[in-house]
Design a protein around this ligand. Sequence first.
Ligand SMILES: C[S@@+](CC[C@H](N)C(=O)[O-])C[C@H]1O[C@@H](n2cnc3c(N)ncnc32)[C@H](O)[C@@H]1O
Length: 588
Amino acid sequence: MLVAKGTGGEHQSYADRGQPVSELVVKKRSAPDSRITPFGYIDLFCGCGGFSLGLERAGLRCLAAIDHDPAAIKAFKMNIPDVQHALERDLTSFTPEQLRKLIGPVNVDAIIGGPPCQGFSRVRRVDGSNNGKRLVPDGRRLLYRNYLHFVEYFRPSIFVMENVPGIRNAAGGEFFISIQREARKLGYRVHAAGICAWQHGVPQKRERQLIIGTACELPIFSTTLYLPQTHEDPDGRVNSRKPREQRRGRGRPRMLQKPVTLWEAIGDLPPVSVGGGVPEMDYDIVRGRNHLETYGDRYLIDALQVHRSEKLTMHVARPHSERDLRDFDRLHEGETSKEAIARGEEMEFPYDRTHFKDRYTKQHRRELCSTIVAHLAKDGLMFIHPTQRRSLTVREAARIQTFPDWFEFPRSPTVAFRLVGNAVPPLLAEAMGRGLRQYLSAALPARQLSPLPKTAHEAANWLTSAVGHAAGPRQLRELPMEELKRAWFSIGFLHNWLHPDSVFENDGQMLPAAEEQVPLALLVPEVATPVYAISGWPVRLIPLAKEAARRFRDGRLRFDEYYCSQAQIAGWEWLKKQGARWREKGLS
Ligand SMILES: C[S@@+](CC[C@H](N)C(=O)[O-])C[C@H]1O[C@@H](n2cnc3c(N)ncnc32)[C@H](O)[C@@H]1O
């Protein structure tokens, strides 16, 4: 292992205090706002917990997680210990009634999970084995019925089923259609959305099919609104679906981050030789520091949380035959064996040029990795390291799946690869979790907003105080949540014609204060004028409104708080009551 030069110690961990690199890595993810009551969900077919980990990080609460695989449940319990009911049960026989007895009369807001996808995957479709007339009966395809049985019993506001894209065409689309039709019969509005993991910061070509159902009496769920793309598509390298809605939507186009490449995810890890590595080792701090300087901390720190991991685990390379290793050497970075043969390379492994199925892929440092699959448990030939003579280790695969470095897997690489390959990437799940939280906040019957001003005078005092304390965007970012809410609800109360969605609709043209903003103009004249012609928003309130919009996007302000209809209605009612008195005496 490489030892850090000049760091004065052999013990190598990103968490070490006193090491120079620690200055770069102390930043922590902010904890979900504990004042928001967490929404409760059930994770069916939970595996080792990729989906749940993301949802927990988004601030939702797992009421129960169920899988029949003992290794998966053991890993789930070890890594997400706060979940009281991580249950090893077979979902073909375990019933919702039995689960209700265990969890008691709590409200189940959401059901999530991925019924096994092997029965639908493209790999088997290529063989013709699960298509049309040649459909091979596969019990795993009917597990969706067990899933829907839980939906029927618990009647969550929303359910999210995750599966492989192959589900759309399996058996001529029969299952895809049946799932949706059966869910509709249960009273759910169903929507199927394809998602690309890389658009949410996952360094992988992973595409997945979501089937999302919302109770018919609730508002529509839209992935464009609740699961917006955050990262650019790598140019032309992947089957890029540009989400045009992002650009057509109201206001400015969303600023997208650069995609995360394979090297950003694994480039700091110490080199290991084929068959080498140990289950637990030190980090290479020099490589780590250089890596952070090159890429910043968005992936290593924010997604992988390397600073929370004392040791590097599961960085062990499997052995390969000498013949395979020589064939690895024949591949260029980013090339498949098919492409190498097409450019004239002679490979050593026996192959028939007429019916040749691809055998190797050497991944490319500056591109997305191929989709991490459970098949890695069998061999790693499609996942050859871009610069080392070996296939990827479990830790590398886990990092590409966005599992944090502290996440522990079973020591058996076969089991670990299976759990990693089957999982929903936690980072993608976190994005879904934020969307679910926003949606559920919007869908709930209105909760009492707090703090809500009682009079226009109180609202004016709250607003003046916030505007006085925090003039610039930086100060506004630090404004305590309580004060921001006071100010935001006060705007709603004093000027209930304003719409949060039009904050960004300004072309620079300004007017003196409009007539309808009487309470604001009388009580807080210093912010009331001028106003933007298009939106009617007072120019001086725009920074505050943008800060509220930022916190709404982050999931820190609930939907009902951001749109604050209650504050607007309260202001309207107050004004009506004041009526004649208002006009005669003004507001004194
Ligand atoms: C695609 S994986 C789910 C991965 C999980 N969502 C995650 O993010 O880690 C499907 C899971 O279904 C489980 N499974 C398959 N048949 C089952 C059954 N009859 N009862 C319970 N779990 C089952 C498998 O053990 C596997 O862990």
